[in-house]
Ligand binder design. Structure first.
Ligand code: ADP
Ligand code: MG
Length: 366
């Protein structure tokens, strides 16, 4: 059922009283058959606009969209939404309040006449409820569901017509954080079981890491990086992406050939950062909190200046002898006093570096 989704050089603008707003700017992505791609980016960067263009609700100004190799949008061609085989799930569930769970799912299958469902449509609806783990709740009304259940019904409804592609726009943002994490895992499994190609928009990085085969970071209408969650986290293409996608610190270093020397020792450089043009240059080095490991036996010391309790671990802010700060995840049974030095060691395969114009700094989510 799943289809490949290709977007080439897509731009989309809105014309309003204030003039032209460019929402999507020359964007190209390619999502493989059956893959789950997550898009993250700050509010207003054009994520929803991109989904609306894929679904066919808005017409882009330039570029093209192909589903399964067939053009659905290009120039004067703009296939109507109902012919595209694209399903959508929104943040606010958008279930019909006066219809039961089962009738909500049948609504799309029966063109708005759930009471006239054929036996085949009925069994498809029940199969979808089964898939999202809500087979027992088919007679409930939407107001009798929890937020997480309602969102799974919305997903079942979107999957029922066997869409080639499913688009989820911030599907969990009205749910509480612990439920969101669980639902993100469940929805990934459901999408994989349904073998649907999906794009999930979220502003929550953890959610994106949980769900994504591929992760795209969007700023101001453009995808600035596209890769596996691991790549985007450990090899962000810019300091802005590094800051947006997680916690960490930028510290000073001197880059030479394939390594960079810092106060914490010499570290191997990721291939993307090796620079033949400059034999040696001053840079900022990205260290994630999980790169910095507590080790009492290490001769490297840093002062604990802040501690944030996170449950399983503490996020420590540590000050290096030159005054620069780094972050470290320390298991929570090690509770070190503030303003005392602790031993640390780096556990990194490769590091990425950015230009010296970036300030040395530590950045956290809260
Ligand atoms: P996101 O989903 O990433 O928050 P949107 O796609 O909703 O971003 O919006 C991208 C830009 O387009 C924003 O500047 C927003 O104000 C503008 N925009 C979105 N929808 C409309 C609309 N219907 N009319 C005019 N401007 C819009
Ligand atoms: Mg949006």
């Amino acid at each position: 059922m799943a289809s490949r989704l290709q977007i080439d050089c897509l731009s989309l603008s809105y014309i309003g009283p204030q003039g032209l707003t460019k929402a999507v700017d020359n964007l190209s992505i390619d999502v493989g058959q059956g893959d789950i791609a997550c898009l993250v980016g700050p509010s207003g960067c054009g994520k929803s606009s991109l989904l609306r263009a894929i679904a066919g609700f808005v017409e882009p100004s330039t570029g093209r969209i192909l589903i399964d190799g067939h053009v659905v949008t290009e120039g004067s061609v703009c296939m109507p939404p109902e012919q595209r085989g694209v399903g959508m799930v929104f943040q606010d569930y958008a279930l019909f309040p006066h219809l039961t769970v089962e009738a909500n799912i049948l609504f799309g299958l029966t063109r708005g006449r759930p009471k006239e469902a054929t036996p085949a449509q009925g069994s498809r609806a029940r199969a979808m409820l089964e898939l999202v783990g809500l087979a027992d709740l088919h007679e409930r009304m939407p107001h009798e569901l929890s937020g997480g259940q309602a969102q799974r019904v919305a997903l079942a409804r979107a999957l029922a017509p066997e869409p080639q592609i499913i688009l989820l726009d911030e599907p969990f943002s009205s749910l509480d954080p612990s439920l969101r994490a669980r639902l993100a895992r469940e929805v990934r499994e459901i999408l994989k079981a349904a073998k649907t190609t999906a794009i999930v928009v979220t502003h929550d990085q953890t959610e994106a890491f949980t769900m994504a085969d591929q992760l795209g970071v969007m700023f101001e209408g453009r995808v600035v990086q596209w890769g596996s969650p691991y790549e985007v986290y450990h090899e962000p293409c810019s300091a802005d992406v590094a800051r947006f996608i997680g916690e960490g610190a930028l510290i000073s270093g001197r880059q030479c050939d394939h390594s960079v020397t810092t106060l914490l020792g010499s570290l191997p450089l990721a291939d993307c950062c090796c620079d033949e043009e400059y034999p040696e240059k001053l840079v900022r080095v990205l260290l994630r909190p999980d790169d910095v490991v507590h080790d009492d036996d290490s001769s490297l010391k840093a002062k604990v200046v802040q501690k944030n309790f996170r449950g399983a671990d503490f996020l420590y802010t540590l000050e290096l002898p030159n005054g620069e700060r780094i972050l470290s995840l320390v298991p929570s049974h090690h509770d070190h006093p503030l303003n005392e030095p602790i031993g640390i060691r780096l556990e990194v395969d490769h590091v990425v570096t950015f230009s010296q114009e970036e300030q040395p700094q530590a950045f956290k989510n809260n």
